[in-house]
Design a protein around this ligand. Sequence first.
Ligand code: COA
Length: 458
Amino acid sequence: MSGTTARTIDGGRDTADPLVSGILAPVRCYEVQLRLAELGITHLVEVGPAGHLAGLARRTVPDLEARTVAQPDDPPAWSRSTARSGHDLGPPPVTVVRRETDGRTLAPPTGDGSDPPPPAWCRVMTLPVAIAGLGAHLPARVVTNGDLAEVLDTSDEWIRSRTGIRERHYVAADEATSDLAAHAGKAALADAGLGVEDISAIIVATTTPDHTVPGTAPLVAARLGTEVAAFDLNAACSGFLYGLRVGSAMVATGEGPVLVIGAETLSRIVDHNDRSVAVLFGDGAGAAVLVPDAGASMGPFELGADGVEPSMLWTCAGGSRTPVDDAVLEAGTHFLTMRGGDVYRNAVSRMTQAARGVLERAQLGVDDIDLFVGHQANVRILDAVVARLGLDPARSHVTVDRHGNTSAASIPMALTDARDAGRLSPGDTVLLAAFGAGLTWAACVLTWNPTAAAGEGG
Ligand code: COA
């Protein structure tokens, strides 16, 4: 783009491709807007048919005259700008961008439902966002398989062979989700070397909030001593990755550092007399501080949901559809129930699908992945996903043996555990994948601490 001289760039794929992809990606779009404003362009002609750049420029630069023409030789009419400014602008400085690239033409979305799906490459998006700090918190009480076998018709052998779980942690009677979340959040901030005054928002991913109203995040914010934006996000066990997606977008569009926490007290919603569920779950919290980092790469992400069969894994009662009453308490339908086999099959296929999706978009092979941190529900599920992806099992980090399934807390706790175990080196490519009630699923790739890697190299 040139703002000072008339210049025609004709048939230049090298010029058109970055511009088109830039305009279609929200963060790049923002950068293009900044650049347009900086260049001081007064007139712009885009060779159609779509007119993305002209439309964007018109919205960005006050008094800019932008036109879309069918052919480079078509004369644009400038009268409106001249009339509006009241000055004779003379021959306009013109930048012409030919937009056809390999026969792909992109029309601006109408938003009326008639738009064709975007080409897959439009969804390739990485954000200049890094995880600057990690933290985790487990409640003190450890519950082993042996402890459960004393009160339930189960055994250490059954639990280990079906799930890989050896022990899990439970909150004390006076502890709640926000307590775990605040501890993990503080630890992540300290790890990042930031104070609470440095963050712009707190997202708490949880499916076991302290209360139905208010959200848990404002309580955590109060515990940390801040009044920044604070909200809950419930995507069950996929919640932390959904939180990363939302938080990274906030950071990349200028909000400043965001604290994303996954925190759960699943021991509060399982029926401790139901051996098919009680042995699987645990409590805990993990947190990550997201910061802008020009050298970093977070994403692409793949998020999905299918709510057709919520009863596959749910607490039936306790919400607006079935409020708690005596009949609910009698039947115990406010407890978590699931169809284990169906959940298992869906978990394996959806996590694999989501992971493959992000690898494809990121143009990475499995061998490019230095560490895989999957949702820690069950070691058999993790092993099956790893096998289907063709990933080296040694690159999969496992904490479910010590934590049980901690839903939205599992991935940030496992990431923290991996980092503490020395399994994350600057510049590593990390694959995250999750699956949960809803159904929901999510995956993303990110580069671990790229700035430190650059510093080491230089
Ligand atoms: N101890 C002993 N026996 C148990 C038990 C326990 N804790 N829980 C269930 N059983 C029994 C069942 O009653 C059933 O008995 P039956 O055959 O007499 O009816 C039997 O074990 C089922 O065994 P099996 O078919 O070998 O179990 P499985 O291989 O399907 O494993 C799960 C069961 C729950 C471990 C498995 O389905 C699973 O991991 N599902 C996904 C759960 C999950 O991760 N959910 C969260 C996703 S985010």
